[in-house]
Write a protein that binds this ligand. Structure first.
Ligand code: SF4
Length: 340
């Protein structure tokens, strides 16, 4: 199944964005398509979206594209995935029940793209220069899944081209989506690592609404591998429910079968939630079957100043050993970058 192109129901333009060529181009495009468009003063203040219940408000936010100008040209830390976040968009049209953005974006996560990509990349160049001779790695998916927005923004293509020319800069991003064709023929010079988020098919079906199934993501990964990009897989969030060992082993076996010659990186993130995310999830998805019982978890303070509920120590140890062994079994040349 090929997911349809992301088609927002309404597009809100920050006034300043219309001074940029991409802002103008998108305004003309959506106007010609007869889309509901209007200007707003700030991309951070979006009001008047339809919806009464939290679920309706969430859905209308996900159907709203905001075209804005990124003011902050400083880069937040992004451990353990990279040195810094490279924010070119926020949110995404997917509706994963456990989306990592429930904590940071709240209950109305409008989809936002920034038109000043050149300014953002110039600021990244200055950071790379300043940190030489160290290699500086930027993460392009810290606040968004960037693939669904690519047909509108072209931001990933710009970033991939930019990093291809950076001796000491690297770029990496992760996606659950499969519309990768426009990026396959770029001159990436292996400076961009292209990762796919994968999970057990049953987990994707139950919780990752509006995203492609595992087989489709793997087909996209095969294309990316053949295009010569460094390839990676993010196995997340890992659920330690009945049958998890067999389920995740099957996922690794599928990857191995389709790309036997690859030596991908792996990142493994176990399921966790914050109090704020839990409240949002229960409001937006009242019938959610996600395991969100605090009593069954361990509370841990995180790097961004809020705590989260993670699996118990012994469960984590067992899962860490399992993934280290299984990844090594299926991909002896692969590399487990971290398990959290
Ligand atoms: Fe969130 Fe990623 Fe799912 Fe989009 S695809 S809703 S960013 S978890």
């Amino acid at each position: 199944m090929q997911l349809p192109f992301f088609m927002p129901k309404r597009v809100l333009f920050e006034e300043r964005a219309l001074a940029y060529p991409l802002g103008k181009k998108l305004w003309e495009r959506f106007r010609a398509e007869g889309k509901e468009i209007r200007t707003i003063g700030s991309h951070n203040r979006v009001s008047g979206l339809p919806g009464e219940t939290p679920a309706q408000k969430f859905r209308s936010a996900k159907e709203t594209l905001v075209v804005g100008v990124r003011k902050t040209l400083e880069f937040a830390s992004c451990r353990p995935s990279s040195d810094f976040q490279l924010v070119m968009s926020t949110s995404c049209p997917g509706m994963c029940e456990y989306c990592y953005l429930h904590t940071t974006l709240g209950a109305r996560p409008v989809v936002r793209l920034y038109v000043n990509i050149d300014e953002i990349l110039s600021a990244a160049a200055a950071v790379i220069d300043k940190r030489k001779p160290a290699v500086t790695i930027f993460e392009g998916a810290a606040t968004s899944d960037p693939i669904p927005l690519e047909p509108y923004s072209g931001a990933l293509a710009k970033a991939i081209n930019f990093f291809a020319g950076q001796e000491m800069g690297r770029f990496r991003f992760v996606t659950k989506f499969s519309a990768v064709d426009s990026l396959l023929n770029l001159e990436h010079r292996k400076k961009t690592e292209f990762r796919f988020s994968v999970n057990m098919p049953e987990i994707i079906r139950r919780f990752e609404h509006g995203t492609p199934p595992l087989e489709e993501r793997i087909r996209a990964a095969v294309k990316v591998f053949r295009a010569g990009y460094p390839l990676g897989f993010l196995i997340a969030p890992v659920f330690l429910e009945d049958g998890w060992r067999e389920g995740y082993s099957d996922v690794l076996a599928m990857l191995r079968k389709e790309i036997p010659d690859a030596d991908p990186s792996f990142e493994v993130i176990t399921h966790r939630f914050t109090t704020r995310a839990k409240a949002n999830i229960e409001a937006i998805f009242p019938a959610s079957a996600l395991p969100l019982e605090q009593e069954e978890r361990r509370f841990k303070y995180g790097q961004f100043g809020y705590g989260k509920y993670i699996y118990l120590r012994e469960e984590m140890k067992e899962a860490e050993d399992f993934f280290a062994e299984e990844i090594n079994r299926y991909f002896p040349a692969g590399n487990l970058l971290y398990f959290v």
